[in-house]
Write a protein that binds this ligand. Structure first.
Ligand code: ADP
Length: 482
């Protein structure tokens, strides 16, 4: 069953139940009110009559004075031998009105009301036992026909049934029409989704037609957002594959060229072998970086959670970086506080080394790189500032993306080692340490990379001496992650 039919059915049944409840209430209320009025009339008439009824010396019932009674009420007076001794209506001797209205109540000790059928007519009867001086002398039965009230009740029932059926029909009709209208965008959405699937075109969006604040509008917005995200993901994936292809092609071409050369000359060529070895190393580094990045991005990078003295670590990297800087760039520590964070020493070292190596790599000869380590707002704060070439504003938001290079020719030409993965790796490592990495830069003025990390809490474990011994020893010439 379609959603539209289900909604219509649901509302129609709901309305039906409400109408039945409402109808029963109206019917009951009218019945009770009418019956009370009838009972009050019977009671008044009986009282009026009893007030003027006397027993004469012969034991006969007589009226002490004339009394005007309600014309709709017929009163019977019966003596103790069940003889009809008084009737307020002149009727034929064989009329059924000469029988007790309610024979079952003739023995009642107290006044009581009942409803009876007599000669095909529905009567309301009040039976009152008559006494004089505490002695029973007979029974009075006052009755009035309920025909008018019954007719009124039937009329109410008829009206309620007809109106209810009409209302239910109308509501189902309105439900079907408005349901169609309200669900139209959903059908459109389904159609567009199918078209997108068929055409494999993620650039299409479902039009909201300006309605965005209802449920369907919000669903369309959410769906469009998902499409936009998927489109971006696929584009990233495509770019990623193209980038990998590009990165693999150069070393493979070099290896292939050298192999061809050796095959042609028919002997080992030391220079060709060395060049091939370098490219194989480069490929191995690329694969290692990609694996690391994949693990870090999915949060599955195995990481220690130990106390790391960031100042000691910074000094170690700083000493290694001197080799990279050589005499070309001046390295300087502006401030170094004792700062302990909780994390993986190796990974954090990788972050600092990547930032310092970049700062040196993208500095002009005679440039200066300044490092600061301090505590700021309950966090470890590390800044690597260079006076290098800077990063154009349009590239800044992308520098932490995989394979992103602000200026491809420049980045690669300089030393041929950069894959554009170093900052991505640094970003994910910092993220996995619940920290933040940021960059501010101006072209030709220099860049400042900052890292903020939470300080180690008391529950963070220490590195033991054995742990430290198993850490990889710094290489003679530090190697950047990519
Ligand atoms: P790469 O291996 O190319 O250096 P990274 O991921 O480390 O890759 O950096 C990405 C890009 O960001 C670099 O190609 C470069 O354009 C830019 N970049 C990174 N650090 C700096 C810096 N300190 N100064 C100027 N540009 C930088």
């Amino acid at each position: 069953m379609s959603l539209r039919s289900r909604l219509t059915l649901f509302y129609t049944i709901g309305l039906g139940v409400v109408l039945v409840f409402f109808g029963l209430s109206v019917y009951a209320l009218v019945s009770v009110v009418q019956l009370r009025q009838v009972d009050a009339t019977l009671d008044r008439t009986a009282r009026d009559l009893i007030d003027v009824t006397r027993i004469d010396e012969r034991g006969q019932f007589v009226l002490s004075q004339r009394v005007s009674l309600d014309s709709s009420v017929i009163v019977q007076i019966w003596d103790l031998e069940d003889h009809l001794v008084g009737l307020t209506l002149a009727v034929e001797p064989d009329s059924p009105l000469r029988q007790p209205f309610d024979p079952n109540s003739m023995d009642a000790n107290t006044p009581m009301y009942s409803s009876v059928d007599m000669g095909g007519v529905h009567f309301r009867v009040l039976t009152v036992p008559l006494h004089t001086g505490g002695t029973p002398i007979g029974v009075m039965q006052a009755a009035t026909s309920l025909t008018v009230i019954d007719a009124l009740r039937s009329e109410i029932v008829r009206y309620l049934v007809v109106l209810s059926v009409l209302a239910v029909l109308l509501v189902s009709l309105i439900g079907l029409v408005t349901g169609s209208r309200a669900l139209e965008p959903l059908s459109q959405m389904t159609e567009t989704a199918l078209q997108i699937t068929r055409a494999d075109d993620l650039s299409r969006r479902i039009p909201t037609d300006g309605i965005v604040d209802d449920e369907v509008g919000k669903l369309i917005l959410a769906f469009n957002d998902t499409l936009a995200r998927l489109e971006k993901l696929f584009a990233t994936q495509r770019r990623f594959l193209a980038d990998i292809g590009h990165e693999l092609r150069t070393p493979l071409t070099v290896i292939r060229g050298n192999l061809d050369l050796m095959r042609r000359i028919g002997e080992y060529d030391e220079q060709a072998l060395q060049s091939m070895g370098q490219e194989v190393d480069r490929l191995a580094r690329l694969v290692a970086d990609l694996l690391l990045l994949a693990q870090a991005e999915s949060g599955k990078l195995p990481m220690d959670q130990r106390r790391v003295e960031l100042d000691t670590l910074l000094l170690e990297v700083f000493n290694q970086a001197h080799v990279l800087a050589a005499d070309r760039v001046q390295l300087e520590i502006d401030k170094i506080d004792q700062v302990i964070v909780c994390g993986d020493r190796d990974r954090l070292k990788q972050v600092v080394l990547n930032l310092l190596a970049n700062a040196i790599k993208y500095s002009k000869d005679g440039g200066k790189v300044t490092v600061t380590l301090s505590k700021q707002g309950g966090q470890a704060f590390l800044a690597v500032k260079d006076s290098g070439i800077g990063i154009p504003a349009e590239d800044l938001p992308h520098v932490f993306e995989r394979f992103y290079r602000a200026d491809r020719s420049r980045s690669r030409a300089k030393d041929g080692t950069g894959f554009g993965l170093g900052l991505s790796i640094a970003y994910w490592i910092v993220r996995n340490h619940a920290g933040e990495i940021d960059v501010k830069s101006r072209v030709k003025r220099g860049s400042t990379f900052t890292v903020r990390l939470p300080l180690a809490g008391p529950d963070c474990a220490e590195y033991t001496t054995t742990d430290l011994n198993t850490l990889p020893q710094p290489a003679a010439v530090p190697e950047r992650t990519n």
